[in-house]
Design a protein around this ligand. Structure first.
Ligand SMILES: NC(=O)c1ccc[n+]([C@@H]2O[C@H](COP(=O)([O-])OP(=O)(O)OC[C@H]3O[C@@H](n4cnc5c(N)ncnc54)[C@H](OP(=O)(O)O)[C@@H]3O)[C@@H](O)[C@H]2O)c1
Length: 335
């Protein structure tokens, strides 16, 4: 839990009340949860505008974490779809609380059975990245066959999901990452990889229908010449210029455009459909989870340090259950 803003060292183990399963709710014993970029933001209280939501002077939600995977332990009297013993995964977003031994979630919340063959660490590693990449590419970029999509930060949580989902949508995919992650990004399906330490993708001209900057490292101004004349630049990280241009992007159907989304704020109906799709694609093997490392829950400070470093490959997972099975190996995953 975090009771003041600061670096990874402000995270500590603590006691909170046991969740109770009221009529429409499940209590899930958490086996695995991810520590992600949003947890860093919430822990740091930076950028400052994040405090408007998370607490002006100190965090109003001491337990961080959004996504979880585990086993249903108790159900309320009105619950019909789930029973104790079911293996489930889901997200508590927009409020945090999954860095805990147990979570409570409504039966009609963002919770579903874990696809067969996935352990908890693998299941939870599907959520943050795909919940983010899917709407960006499908709704923001309208990605489809015949398009060329560049994913900047292709080895991160969002980027590794974006590479896979853009391939699933039929696009030609170019992934940008550092030298150590080129093989991983190729293994995830990228048709071409660019090492940002050697080459600058923004030097291309009129090439990409979509540039998805999954890590928000390059501006629209820099990327604009590399877009096709009707291409769109999408970023996960808000810049004022993009926020202003995003209004234009919605109203304009021609010309190079820029857009941003705040996928964490999307409604439950939209996210439920995406959770079902994530489950289907994972069950068929069309997408795979990418795990940077699995860290025991009581070493969560190390997990925060790894996330803050900005070079994880996919997801950092904290494992609550002492008997958590070895995380399924991901092709080419580097640590
Ligand atoms: N708008 C939204 O709705 C939304 C939703 C979720 C997340 N986000 C935001 O999305 C961002 C990305 O999150 P994430 O969890 O995917 O990040 P992440 O996993 O921490 O990204 C790490 C990856 O970024 C790569 N990288 C680092 N510097 C780079 C550079 N200069 N150029 C290209 N790649 C670089 C690293 O590759 P190497 O190690 O190979 O260098 C590493 O694999 C965060 O800022 C997060 O807050 C926004």
């Amino acid at each position: 839990m975090v009771e003041r803003y600061g670096g990874p060292e402000v995270v500590r183990m603590g006691e909170v009340d046991e969740p109770v399963a009221t009529e429409p709710d499940l209590v899930v014993r958490v086996e695995a949860a991810t520590v992600g970029a949003t947890d860093s933001t919430n822990r740091l209280g930076r950028p400052a505008f994040a405090r408007l939501d998370f607490g002006l002077t100190r965090p109003k939600h001491p337990v961080l974490g959004y996504d979880f995977a585990g086993v249903v332990e108790r159900v309320g009297s009105a619950v019909r779809r789930f029973a104790p013993g079911d293996r489930v995964y889901g997200t508590l977003a927009p409020a945090p609380g999954s860095h805990a031994e147990r979570v409570r979630i409504a039966e009609d919340g963002l919770v579903a059975r874990i696809p067969d063959g996935l352990d908890a660490a693998s299941a939870v590693s599907l959520l943050d990245g795909f919940f983010t990449a899917m709407p960006f590419l499908r709704d923001g970029g309208r990605v489809g066959p015949g398009q060329t999509v560049l994913v900047n930060g292709a080895s991160g949580t969002v980027g590794s999901s974006a590479v896979q989902f853009a391939k699933h949508l039929g696009a030609t995919v170019v992934g940008v990452c550092g030298t150590g992650h080129l093989d991983l990004v190729r293994a995830l399906g990228a048709d071409e990889v660019i090492d940002y330490t050697r080459d600058d993708f923004t030097e291309a001209r009129d090439r990409y229908d979509v540039i998805f900057d999954a890590v928000g490292k390059r501006s629209f101004r820099e990327c604009r010449p590399a877009l096709t004349p009707d291409g769109i630049y999408l970023t996960t990280v808000p810049a004022l210029s993009v926020l202003l241009r995003a209004r234009h992007a919605r109203s304009s159907s021609t010309g190079r455009r820029a857009g941003i989304m705040f996928t964490g704020l999307h409604g439950i109906a939209e996210k439920s459909a995406d959770l079902a799709l994530i489950g289907e694609l994972a069950a068929s093997g069309a997408i795979v989870p990418v795990i940077d490392r699995v860290v025991p829950f009581d070493e969560i400070v190390e997990a925060h340090r790894r996330v803050d470093g900005g070079h994880k490959a996919g997801n950092v997972v904290v494992a609550m259950a002492p008997v958590l099975r070895e995380a399924r190996a991901t092709p080419g995953a580097a640590s």
